[in-house]
Ligand binder design. Structure first.
Ligand SMILES: [Fe+2]
Length: 200
């Protein structure tokens, strides 16, 4: 079985006011499903690609990893999009807790929606409203394509800096040796702590 499954629409294709059945059908059944299928195809290809040829200018592995992110984000953003709209136009409202956070972040629901729509107007791909744990507020982020700006919803537990400033002084252009050295100094206690936080 493929690792990633298509999520059915949680309502009929003609149920959302303002969005036609035809539009919903193409968007969900063709475009969204295409991201899930391609992500599965890439997962399969990654099992046999030659990692010893990994290179930042070009390698098959790099191309697959780039498109993995693109298609994963295409899947995730669309699922959230379809999930967070529905047939009950004007009936639902933010919970007490969400409203409190929106007011804390934007002053009012009206300001929040004004900002979200402005971001959407300024974006070439997505406006993404997200809870940002750094300041504990809600932010509306702009993404010009799915994989611009990160994997939405993923909380990082470990990073490695591969900008040249991180290794050039010590290793010259020998990025591989830098990564070998770096792997030996990972603080797994800290990584484990981060992982615990994410999964609790
Ligand atoms: Fe889309």
């Amino acid at each position: 079985m493929s690792p990633f499954q298509v999520k059915d629409l949680p309502y009929a294709k003609n149920a959302v006011e303002g969005i036609s059945e035809k539009e919903m059908e193409i968007h969900h059944d063709k475009l969204y499903v295409g991201y899930v299928n391609k992500r599965n195809e890439i997962e399969e290809a990654l099992k046999t690609t030659d990692k010893s040829k990994a290179h930042h200018n070009y390698s098959e592995f790099r191309a697959l990893k780039l498109e993995e992110t693109f298609n994963a984000d295409g899947q995730i953003l669309h699922e959230l999009y379809f999930q967070t709209m529905g047939p009950n136009a004007g009936v639902t409202k933010p919970s007490e807790a969400l409203m409190k956070k929106i007011e804390e972040s934007f002053g009012s629901l009206e300001n929040y929606l004004e900002d979200l729509k402005a971001v959407a107007l300024a974006a070439r791909g997505w406006a993404v409203s997200a809870y940002e744990p750094t300041d504990g507020k809600i932010h509306n982020f702009l993404a010009d394509f799915h994989s611009h700006g990160g994997v939405w919803g993923a909380i990082p537990i470990l990073t490695v800096d591969v900008y040249e400033h991180a290794f050039f002084m010590d290793y010259g252009s020998d990025k591989k040796s830098y990564l070998e050295a770096w792997a030996k100094v990972i603080n797994w206690d800290e990584v484990s702590k981060n992982f615990d936080k994410v999964t609790k």
